[in-house]
Design a protein around this ligand. Structure first.
Ligand code: G1P
Ligand code: ZN
Length: 544
C-alpha cells in the first residue's frame, strides 16, 4: 500500500457544533477541507491501530465521495477493518447499532441531519465513540484543536472501491467490509417490539397508516421493517426512495416541512397513524388521525406505557430529557418513582446516563426520542414503539394522548424559531438576557410571576463535567417556562429558538390550540427579550 503524507493548511472554522461539523457542501469542497477534519479526528484518538471503524451516512450529495476518502485515510492511519453500509449508507441510529453490535472502536457518520442536501445544500461529519454515541465535548474539542494546527494528512493511494454490493475489499492490510445497512438494525427492532402483534394490527383490515421517508435514509429501513417484516402495503410508504438531494425537500419531520404527510393525516378520510423521519433517520414525528403528538408528549406517553412492550416490560431505570423539552415526562417519572434527568440540548449529553444505566428513555422536544438500545435518537424506533402501543391498547392515537393528559395534566408546549437572523443582533439579544439573569424573580407579567431566571448549567452526574451557558430559562411560579437559546446546528446566520410551556391540570381546559393556550407567554417572551427589535422580524419562521 502506498501511503502519502500530504501537506495542508488549517482551516479556522472546523469546530464541531451540537452534532458534528456541519457546513455547506461548497465549504467541504474546498481543498483538503474534508481531509483536514478526518485527519484531525484520527489524530485525536489513541490506540486506533488495527481497530474497527464503522462508516456510513444519510446518502446525501457528497456522501459517496467522502466515504471513499475516509476509507483511504483510515487505511493510511492504520485501522484494521472498516464496516461500511452498502452504497455508503447507514442511518444515524443504525450506525450506532452497528458500532455496538460489532464492538467497533468508533464510527464516522456523514450527515447534516434534516438540513437540505444537494450541491448547494449542507453536508456534515461527526465522530461516534465505541458506545455508539456522539463523541463527548472533550473529544470534539481535541478534534477542533487538531484542526487548527494540522499541517499534513495521511492517505493511501487506491482506486475507488465498489461499495454497492455486500462483500470484502482490501486497501493494503485494512479490510473493508460492505455490510447490509438495514439488517442489524431491523433485528434489534424485532427484539424490542412485539412484531407479531404489530403485524396483526396492520393486517387486521381495521388499521391504515402512512410513513413518510422524505426521500432520505429511512426509505430502505421502512421497506425492510414496515413492508417486509410487518406487512405494510407499499402505498403506505411515501417518498421511500432516497435521493442525493432529498427530492429538493427539507427532510425535517415537523408540521411545516412534512406537509405532504400532514395533509394526508388531516384529510377527511385520514389513516389512523402517520409518521415521518428525517434526513439521517434519527428524528420522528407522530400523527394520529387529525392529531399531532408533540414530541415532549410522545416521550411522556412512551415512558408511561413502556411496560407494554417486550423490550421495556421490566420498567425504566430513569428518564432523561433536554432542558427545553417540556416537563410532561417529569410527571411520569414522578409517578413511576424513577429519576428524571435534565440535560443540555444535544444527544451527546444522554450518553453517560445511558452507559451508567441511570436512564432508559431519553427525548428532546426537537422530534428526538430514543433509549438505551443505541446511543443516538432513533426515528423508526419511536414509530415502532407507537405501533406496539396501538397494537396493545387498541385505541386511537388521540385517545391515548388525551387520556394521558387527563391522568397527568397537559403541558402545553411550542417552539418558535427565528431562522437565519443576523448573528450579531442575536448575540446582543442573548447577552441582554444573560445580563438580566437573577434579576427578574418576583416580577409580575399579567398572571405570571417569575420564580427565577438563569443561564442553564449542567453538571454531568456520572463524570462531573460541567457545561455552562446552555440556554436562558425564565421560570414562573406556576411551573410555566420560557427558554431562549441559539441553535448550534445552523449553517447560515443565527437561529433563535424560543421554547414555551404552560401546565394545565384541568381536563376541561386541555383541548385548546397550543398557540392560543400559550398566547400570554408568547407576549411575555417579547416583553422580556425584545425579539422584534433584535431580529427585525414580526413572526417566527417555524412554529412547532
Ligand atoms: C437541534 C435541536 C437539538 C438536537 C440537534 C441535533 O440543535 O434543537 O435538540 O439535538 O438539533 O439533531 P440546535 O440547532 O438547537 O442546536
Ligand atoms: Zn437527524
Amino acid at each position: 500500500m502506498n501511503v502519502t503524507e500530504k501537506e495542508t493548511q488549517p482551516y479556522a472554522d472546523q469546530r464541531p457544533g451540537t452534532s458534528g461539523l456541519r457546513k455547506k457542501v461548497t465549504v467541504f469542497q474546498q481543498a483538503n477541507y474534508l481531509e483536514n477534519f478526518v485527519q484531525s479526528i484520527f489524530d485525536s484518538l489513541e490506540g486506533l491501530q488495527g481497530q474497527t471503524l464503522v462508516v456510513g451516512g444519510d446518502g446525501r450529495y457528497f456522501n459517496r465521495h467522502a466515504v471513499q476518502v475516509i476509507l483511504r485515510m483510515a487505511a493510511a492511519n492504520g485501522l484494521g477493518r472498516v464496516l461500511v453500509g452498502r452504497g455508503g449508507l447507514l442511518s444515524t441510529p443504525a450506525a450506532s447499532c452497528v458500532i455496538r453490535k460489532h464492538g467497533a472502536f468508533g464510527g464516522i457518520i456523514l450527515s447534516a441531519s434534516h438540513n437540505p442536501a444537494g450541491p448547494d445544500g449542507d453536508f456534515g461529519i461527526k465522530y461516534n465513540i465505541g458506545n455508539g454515541g456522539p463523541a463527548p465535548e472533550k473529544i470534539t474539542e481535541t478534534i477542533y484543536q487538531n484542526s487548527r494546527e494540522i499541517r499534513r494528512y495521511r492517505i493511501a493511494e487506491h482506486a475507488d472501491l465498489d461499495l454497492d454490493t455486500v462483500g470484502e475489499h482490501h486497501i493494503g492490510t485494512m479490510v473493508v467490509e460492505v455490510i447490509d445497512p438495514v439488517s442489524d438494525y431491523a433485528d434489534l427492532m424485532q427484539q424490542l417490539f412485539d412484531f407479531d402483534r404489530i403485524h396483526a394490527l396492520i393486517n387486521s383490515g381495521l388499521f391504515q397508516m402512512r410513513f413518510d421517508a422524505m426521500h432520505a435514509i429511512t426509505g430502505p429501513y421502512a421497506v425492510e421493517i414496515l413492508e417486509n417484516r410487518l406487512g405494510v402495503t407499499p402505498d403506505a410508504l411515501m417518498n421511500a426512495v432516497p435521493k442525493e438531494d432529498f427530492g429538493g425537500g427539507h427532510p425535517d419531520p415537523n408540521l411545516v416541512y412534512a406537509k405532504e404527510l400532514v395533509d394526508v393525516l388531516f384529510a377527511a378520510d385520514a389513516p389512523d397513524f402517520g409518521a415521518a423521519s428525517d434526513g439521517d433517520g434519527d428524528r420522528n414525528m407522530i400523527l394520529g388521525r387529525k392529531f399531532f403528538v408533540t414530541p415532549s408528549d410522545s416521550l411522556a406517553v412512551l415512558a408511561a406505557n413502556a411496560h407494554l412492550t417486550p423490550g421495556y416490560r421490566l420498567g425504566l431505570a430513569g428518564i432523561a430529557r433536554s432542558m427545553p423539552t417540556s416537563q410532561a415526562a417529569d410527571r411520569v417519572a414522578e409517578r413511576l418513582g424513577i429519576e428524571l434527568y435534565e440535560t443540555p440540548t444535544g444527544w451527546k449529553f444522554f450518553g453517560n446516563l445511558l452507559d451508567a444505566g441511570k436512564a432508559t428513555l431519553c427525548g428532546e422536544e426537537s422530534f428526538g426520542t430514543g433509549s438505551d438500545h443505541v446511543r443516538e435518537k432513533d426515528g423508526l424506533w419511536a414509530v415502532l414503539f407507537w405501533l406496539n402501543l396501538l397494537a396493545v391498547r387498541k385505541e386511537s392515537v388521540q385517545k391515548i394522548v388525551t387520556s394521558h393528559w387527563r391522568s397527568y395534566g397537559r403541558n402545553y408546549y411550542s417552539r418558535h424559531d427565528y431562522e437565519n437572523v443576523d448573528g450579531e443582533r442575536a448575540g446582543e439579544l442573548m447577552k441582554r438576557l444573560r445580563d438580566q439573569c437573577g434579576t427578574l424573580a418576583g416580577t409580575r407579567y399579567g398572571n405570571y410571576e417569575v420564580a427565577f431566571n438563569d443561564d442553564f448549567a449542567y453538571t454531568d452526574p456520572v463524570d462531573g463535567s460541567i457545561s455552562e451557558r446552555q440556554g436562558i430559562r425564565v421560570a414562573f411560579s406556576d411551573g410555566s417556562r420560557i427558554v431562549f437559546r441559539l441553535s448550534g446546528t445552523g449553517t447560515e446566520g443565527a437561529t433563535l429558538r424560543i421554547y414555551l410551556e404552560r401546565y394545565e391540570a384541568d381536563p376541561e381546559q386541555q383541548l385548546q390550540d397550543p398557540q392560543h393556550a400559550l398566547a400570554d407567554l408568547i407576549n411575555i417572551a417579547e416583553q422580556i427579550a425584545r425579539i422584534r427589535h433584535y431580529t427585525g422580524r414580526e413572526t417566527p419562521t417555524v412554529i412547532t
